[in-house]
Design a protein. Structure first.
Length: 424
């Protein structure tokens, strides 16, 4: 049999490291998608009373319900079968799923033995792409040593040693924004950024593509974000060295101010944002999923100086056009009066709340003598040193399901795209 024939007969196998929120929902996504013929999930430890406990964890979800009802509707039947307890073998909707319960360190997971070319690390623990494969406490490169060809990190990269540059083989990608930049000959470590960065990138992309809104003077964002497992159900005493005391307060009855790395990650996928000085923060609220981006942007007035041309209707038309022009509808424009529970599980990177978009025209006064790069001789030819420039402030709102609908689906799109690319 030729090498081509061997390759064509090889099964598409996906590796998932961790069965946390994104790991579990990624399993749901790929079971429903049916692109991968087998899935290997590494837990690295025993759970409950055995494989039956793991099956229940996979099947049931407090946010999305049961997997069979989520995928097929209220009258559907259960789709998980235990095939072999000792070998950790499940059959989920016809897809063989292997559960590994031994290795915690990525370098000790034998992905090669299972034919998993692409591994999605959903632990949130291995975020530094510069660490070697034999790092004592584990690293993303450990998966490569175990046989994976490409590792996708379901969170943003964080390099501990700030003096080190981003490795050439590492890239941050968001499906629908820059996923076509993937090059298997070059990239082995991929970050899928974060849920907030994914939604934010899809909010900004249509603005940057339109001439009237392509030049952004200033921008900032707040995400009203659902609770995550990094928070505490009830108040607890922080560990030594913890700086963010708020995350140790009860998530059930508090609004928690915290930070987000969405701005830093955004620059890696849309480099021109780096010139704006983008600011971002996160406000955690006691809901299970579906978050809201509040985007504040300042634009210069249109070239003819008529700031009234850039208004709420203009912005909404830009987003309507983006929705209509994308067959995948990664951005959805809505004029309904939505609340979070209306959109849980919706397959969209961002849903623009068109009814709430609004703009205001203002003026910025500049004293040209304060600009060091101007020569004094030039000032002498001017009657006035001050100019009054019209600008447009805009506030745009976008919903995103930070767990399944927005983030996990885009992660699944990226994963499938990368697997197809490496197997061309």
């Amino acid at each position: 049999m030729s090498q081509v024939e061997v390759f064509e007969n090889r099964k598409a196998v996906l590796g998932i490291n961790s069965l946390g929120r994104i790991g579990k929902l990624s399993l749901w996504h790929h079971v429903g998608r049916k692109y991968f013929q087998e899935i290997v999930v590494n837990l690295g430890r025993d759970v409950g009373s055995g494989l039956s406990s793991i099956a229940q964890i996979i099947e049931k979800d407090a946010t999305y319900g049961n997997i069979h009802r989520f995928l097929y509707g209220i009258k559907s039947q259960r789709i998980i079968q235990i095939v072999n307890e000792d070998k950790g073998e499940l059959l989920i909707d016809g897809i063989p799923v292997k559960i590994l319960r031994t290795a915690r360190n990525p370098s000790e997971i034998a992905w090669r033995d299972y034919g998993a070319d692409v591994v999605v690390d959903c632990t949130g623990k291995f975020q530094d792409p510069t660490l070697p494969a034999d790092e004592k406490n584990g690293s993303l490169r450990g998966h490569l040593a175990g046989g994976a060809k490409v590792v996708i990190n379901s969170s943003a990269f964080k390099i501990k040693n700030k003096a080190l540059p981003m490795p050439d083989e590492a890239i941050t990608m968001i499906y629908g924004i820059n996923h076509t930049a993937f090059d298997y000959k070059k990239h082995q470590l991929v970050s899928a950024a974060s849920c907030t960065t994914t939604g934010l990138a899809h909010m900004l992309k249509p603005l940057l593509q339109e001439e009237m809104t392509s030049r952004i003077l200033t921008a900032s964002m707040s995400t009203i974000h659902a609770a995550t497992n990094t928070q505490s159900v009830l108040d607890k005493t922080p560990k030594a060295g913890e700086k963010d005391l708020r995350k140790n307060r009860s998530t059930l009855n508090n609004i928690i101010l915290t930070s987000t790395n969405a701005a830093e990650a955004l620059i890696q996928v849309i480099p021109e944002i780096g010139d704006i000085g983008f600011m971002a923060d996160s406000i955690r609220v006691p809901t299970t999923t579906e978050s809201l981006i509040v985007l504040n942007v300042t634009f210069p007035a249109p070239k003819n100086g008529d700031a009234t041309l850039l208004n709420r209707n203009t912005l909404n038309e830009i987003y309507k056009k983006a929705d209509a022009g994308d067959p995948e509808h990664l951005l959805v424009y809505s004029e309904e009066q939505n609340v979070p529970t209306d959109l849980i599980g919706m397959d969209a990177a961002i849903v623009i709340e068109g009814q709430f978009s609004h703009t205001r025209t203002a003026f910025i006064e500049l004293d040209l003598s304060d600009i060091p790069s101007f020569v004094e001789a030039y000032f002498g030819t001017m009657e006035k040193m001050r100019i009054r420039m019209p600008v447009v402030h805009a506030k745009i709102f976008g919903w995103y399901d930070n767990e399944y609908g927005s983030y996990t689906n885009r992660l699944g799109d990226l994963t499938t795209c990368i697997h197809k690319n490496i197997n061309l």
